[in-house]
Design a protein around this ligand. Structure first.
Ligand SMILES: [Zn+2]
Length: 473
């Protein structure tokens, strides 16, 4: 009897090994296929990889993660017994039929973390990293097995996803086309390839529609033998997250920011990390630090109001990619995207303030990039009072503006290549004035946005007349 059992387990083990080898082969073939079709599937999605190939900032964990409180639903009554049945997709979630939380969240996109044996005394908390579209979930006090990615379930409408999504590794090098798949020619701008329609059973359907793009887990053992586990989830977008729990699961509701906040702005301190931006002659000043200093001063002013939700692309010295910066503004459907920079030119005599804007929005009436740029310039003129270089239309050659789907402007505060501008920038007092100018411009922008007032046009030429600035030059 025992011998038969041993034999049986041996056969089972062999089967397992063979099966996992097969799975690996299938996955490798799929990855190759994905590389090939990715540029064809969707132009906008392929475009997003443009600067994803750049070095990942070494301090990617440094972006300040904002903790999110747990919603208290513990006191909710049990759902009434005469409720209509839940959508079929919830059959994948243990306890769903009896859960008051599920009744409340059934129409929302939800990430469900299944509580298994030993999770009874566990606690969870969330931290958001909006610039990298990441969400950090920490579950402490686990007295059982570590959280596996099989416990990370996603429900979006009638779609259900579970486990780790496939990792796309797009590349320009075409790979051989696996047999059995539809052959598609490499992309050429002259002959656009039609986007294939994928069925929900296709693995790429999962990759394209799943809100979770990557899962990284780390675990730490406490002295009492309990485990604290961290899941770093990379999502398709930045959301507002709400955490709920019942006895079976933790639930993370993914809410559209505009459904939570009426007013949203994204403020971007240019450059950062290994990208210093402009460096002053002699190397005493780096643009990345100058930009961050002015943005942090602006943040102090914005922190004092609670009407406007502000997302910062960075509040520390690291480098978000250009796409991450503008994606954040697009993801949260910001009312404004404001990027703060300092200028430089080989002609060291050039000096003053200019504001770049998205020229594609010229035709829009009401609030647009151009109007926002004009307001910014006026307030910079009022508060900093450097030589006024006007507003400058930009389009293709400026990524942050090129991909903006919201009114976007980039303030070039002053020229770090100009000795006199640099001397002013080096004064704390001047940088405080910049912050005040930016703050007032944001408030004016919202006033105009709210009133829907017609733009005041035609002040541009008059504004370009200032030859002397208030700093006595
Ligand atoms: Zn810059």
């Amino acid at each position: 009897m025992l011998r038969r059992a041993v034999q049986a387990s041996f056969v089972l083990l062999c089967l397992c090994i063979l099966f996992s080898a097969y799975i690996h082969r299938v996955m490798a073939a799929d990855a190759a296929f994905l590389k090939l079709i990715l540029p064809i599937l969707s132009v906008s999605e392929a475009g997003e990889w443009e600067d994803a190939a750049g070095p990942v900032p070494p301090d990617i964990a440094l972006p300040v993660a904002t903790p999110i409180p747990v919603e208290d639903l513990a006191q909710q009554d049990e759902p009434a017994s005469d409720l209509p049945p839940l959508p079929a997709v919830w059959k994948n979630v243990a306890g769903a039929e009896s859960s008051a939380v599920v009744r409340q969240l059934q129409d929302v996109r939800v990430i469900v973390l299944e509580k298994r044996e030993g999770y009874g005394g566990s606690t969870a908390f969330l931290e958001e990293l909006p610039t990298t579209r990441q969400l950090r979930v920490t579950v402490g006090g686990i007295m059982g097995d570590a959280l596996s990615d099989g416990q990370v379930k996603r429900i979006a409408g009638d779609a259900y996803y579970c486990g780790t999504p496939p990792t796309p590794t797009p590349t320009a090098t075409p790979s051989p086309i696996p047999t059995g798949k539809t052959q598609m020619a490499p992309t050429s701008p002259a002959s656009p390839t039609p986007v294939p329609t994928l069925s929900p059973s296709d693995p790429y359907y999962v990759w394209r529609n799943d809100v979770v793009k990557a899962i990284e887990t780390t675990a730490e053992m406490a002295e009492d033998g309990s485990m604290t586990q961290t899941l770093l989830l990379t999502l398709d977008k930045t959301y507002v997250y709400q955490l709920y729990e019942d006895e079976w699961n933790y639930y993370i509701a993914l809410i559209r920011p505009k459904d939570v906040y009426e007013k949203i702005i994204v403020v971007d301190a240019g450059h950062g990390g290994l990208d210093a931006g402009t460096i002053s002659q002699g190397g005493a000043y780096l643009e990345k630090n100058m930009n961050l200093d002015m943005v942090l001063r602006l943040k102090e002013l914005l922190d004092e109001q609670d009407q406007i939700k502000v997302y910062y692309t960075r509040t520390t010295d690291w480098k978000p990619s250009l796409r991450q910066r503008i994606n954040l503004a697009n993801d949260v459907e910001a009312d404004f995207f404001l990027s703060v920079h300092c200028n430089a030119n080989e002609t060291r005599a050039l000096h003053g303030t200019e504001v770049l804007y998205d020229s594609r929005q010229n035709a829009f009436s009401g609030m647009n990039s151009r109007r926002f740029a004009q307001i910014l310039l006026e307030e910079m003129d009022e508060h900093l009072g450097l030589y006024n270089r006007g507003i400058v239309a930009r389009e293709q050659n400026l990524t942050v503006i090129k991909y903006a789907e919201v009114p976007a402007a980039l303030v070039e505060v002053a020229f770090m290549s100009n000795a006199s501008d640099l001397e002013i920038l080096s004064r704390e007092e001047a940088r405080a004035q910049v912050a005040q100018g930016l703050f007032d411009a944001i408030m004016r922008g919202y006033e105009e946005l709210g009133s829907g007032a017609e733009q005041e046009e035609g002040t541009e030429e008059a504004m370009g007349q200032r030859k002397e600035d208030r700093w006595g030059r």
